[in-house]
Design a protein around this ligand. Structure first.
Ligand code: PEP
Ligand code: MG
Length: 592
């Protein structure tokens, strides 16, 4: 990264990807990342064994450092510690992978080059093959591969590395790239926020920023030059905005904004213990979606009455091997215990499509249309061992507290029947092994997120104990809009009349069959959707913990007659623009 010598006073605004909301103001601490210098030289035939030993010693040293780092991470806030541990495990996995270690060894042997150069070549090749796969998760792994490679080379060169050692109090870290392992070294007490040229919203650095509560923006390409150490920097994490050397008026505006956000957070926190009821007393269930176990704490802090959706993919990501039953049980056991009697809805593995787990590699395979291919429950039924290992862990956890099983991407009633058979079989097997399960089979529900399942909701209601509407995928599949493709993002509209009709139909089918129905897509956390969904008959919402207080506030300000009238007026519209207008206006003009 080029660092300018002069300090012009002109204000500069740079835009990146908003990955972690909040406002941070402080002096820039520019991390010097000229990369590790990689010497390359030939190794005489007689020295090859010695060079191999040197490489193996560096691998062992790196393994040891990662274990130390893991211990260090344990001092971080609970969630952040979980996240970094998963990552460090992934690093350790890479360090024992044949592709990396074997590849470097054969380069040393066959090309007779030094270990540093061999690592550099091998890492570059692995990173290039990951990047070429055009997959967000693998793209995020490129940073991990590079991180491991740099660490190995540093160890061979005997270089010590702590990029933040000299960061002043309250500083804003500015870097070309913040590796996930770097984030483990960050002390949230000293660091106010960070911004990097590289990185996207899916990566670990972003997840860690959120876990540590640090405002952050990534992918701030324009930051490549022009920020000097000590420059005042503002990060508006919610907007992905970086303001360098702000004018006094800008600084004042953001200081006020930061104070306002702090007040709003305190005010919303005070809603934690007030009941989620409409203004005319109809109770509503508000639950949380979890992507990582660490979020359980925030879910409880936000006043969630349970977990409406536990995305279990985290257990399978960033690792070379599959988690066994005990490992999965252990994670679920901790969550059941943390929820302390509140229900935990565990969704079976939803990988494939845009959510690819490296550990599954060959099982998922390539697909011309990954979103329509072998994924989620389709994969589970095709790979019964994978499914049954997870079901066994879930059933064992269900002995410790209320648990529900949620099945993703269901498109046919037969899949639910087969799933239930697997559950029964696994339960019998657990009993034979002398293991405890719940007294009754946990409720088994379907994600209604494929238009065909929504249209056949009456049939599904006969084989399901509950429904959870996945509005994210329901929108994707109804409108044929890839939810992860920014080029068609303007067409992605969960309030499109077609999607709303499918949601309405699903809720009505659940009511007819007298089973519970929740909505756990992003729409559930949008306060504008509250009166509409209430009016359509929804009484259970599940959302990111941070959205919960806002939604509760909206519920408490809405009466059921208003909600019904609002839903009717929206459902009478077929023009998306009209619907948007009504949503933006809300029920306010109809007198609360
Ligand atoms: C959904 O599709 O709406 C949903 C909740 O699941 P995910 O976002 O994990 O696909
Ligand atoms: Mg989904």
């Amino acid at each position: 990264m080029k660092i300018s010598d002069s300090k012009p006073i002109d204000e500069q605004r740079l835009v990146g990807i908003p990955v972690s909301p909040g406002i941070a103001i402080g002096p820039a601490f520019v991390i010097d990342q000229h990369g590790v210098p990689v010497p390359e030289y030939a190794v005489p035939a007689g020295q090859v064994d010695k060079e191999l030993k040197r490489f193996n010693a560096a691998v062992a040293k790196t393994q040891k450092q990662l274990s130390q780092l893991r211990q260090k991470a344990e001092a971080l806030p609970a969630g952040a510690a979980d996240e970094i541990s998963l990552l460090l495990e992934a690093y350790k996995g890479m360090l024992s992978s044949a592709r990396l270690v074997g590849g470097v060894e054969s380069l040393i042997q066959n090309e007779r080059i030094n270990a540093e150069a061999a690592i550099h070549r091998q890492i570059t090749a692995i990173a290039a093959s990951f990047a070429a796969m055009d997959d967000v998760y693998l793209a995020a792994r490129v940073a991990d591969v590079r991180g491991v490679g740099e660490r190995l080379i540093r160890n061979l060169l005997q270089q010590q590395y702590n990029p933040f050692a000299d960061a002043p109090e309250n500083s804003i870290l500015i870097a070309e790239e913040i590796t996930p392992a770097d984030t483990a070294l960050m002390n949230p007490e000293r660091v106010a926020g960070f911004a990097a040229v590289l990185g996207g919203a899916e990566g670990h650095a972003a997840i860690m920023a959120r876990a540590l509560g640090l405002p952050a923006a990534l992918g701030v390409t324009a930051m490549i030059s022009g920020i000097a150490n000590g420059d005042t920097v503002i990060i508006d994490g919610g907007q992905g905005l970086i303001i360098v050397r702000p004018e006094p008026a800008t600084l004042q505006h953001y200081r006020q904004e930061a104070a306002k956000q702090a007040r709003e957070t305190r005010r919303l926190k005070s809603l934690r213990d007030v009941p989620a009821v409409t203004s005319d007393g109809v109770p509503v269930t508000l639950q949380a979606n979890l992507e990582l176990p660490r979020e359980a704490e925030s879910a409880l802090e936000a006043g969630a009455s349970g977990i409406g959706l536990l995305r279990t993919e985290f257990m399978f990501m960033n690792r070379a091997t599959l988690p066994d039953e005990d490992e999965q049980f252990d994670v679920l056991r901790q969550l059941v215990q943390a929820m302390d009697g509140r229900p935990l809805t565990v969704r079976t593995l939803d990988v494939g499509g845009e959510k690819l787990a490296t550990a599954l590699g060959d099982a998922v395979g390539e697909s011309v249309n990954p979103a329509l291919g072998l994924r989620a429950i389709r994969l589970g039924l095709r790979e019964p061992k994978l499914l049954e290992t997870q079901l066994a862990a879930i059933l064992r956890a269900a002995a410790l507290g209320p648990v529900r099983i949620l099945v993703p991407m269901v498109s046919s009633v037969a899949q639910m029947r087969q799933l239930r058979e697997h559950v029964m079989q696994v339960e019998r097997r657990l009993h034979r092994r002398g293991l405890k399960t719940a007294t009754a089979i946990p409720p088994i529900g379907a994600m209604i997120e494929i238009p065909g399942a929504a249209l056949a909701a009456d049939a599904f209601a006969k084989v399901c104990d509950f429904f959870a509407i996945g509005s994210n995928d329901l929108t994707q599949y109804t409108l044929a809009i890839d939810r992860g493709d920014e080029r068609v993002a303007d067409l992605y509209d969960p309030f499109h009349p077609a999607v709303l009709r499918l949601i309405q139909f699903t809720i009505a089918a659940a009511w007819r069959a007298n089973i519970s129905v929740s909505l756990c897509g992003e729409m559930a956390g949008d306060p504008r959707a509250v009166p509409l969904l209430l009016g359509l008959g929804l009484r259970e919402f599940s959302m990111a913990p941070s959205r919960l207080p806002l939604v509760k506030q909206e519920i408490r300000a809405t009466s059921m007659p208003q909600a019904v009238a609002f839903a009717e007026s929206i459902m009478a519209r077929s023009d998306e623009a009209d619907i948007k207008l009504l949503l933006d206006r809300g029920v306010e003009p109809m007198k609360r």
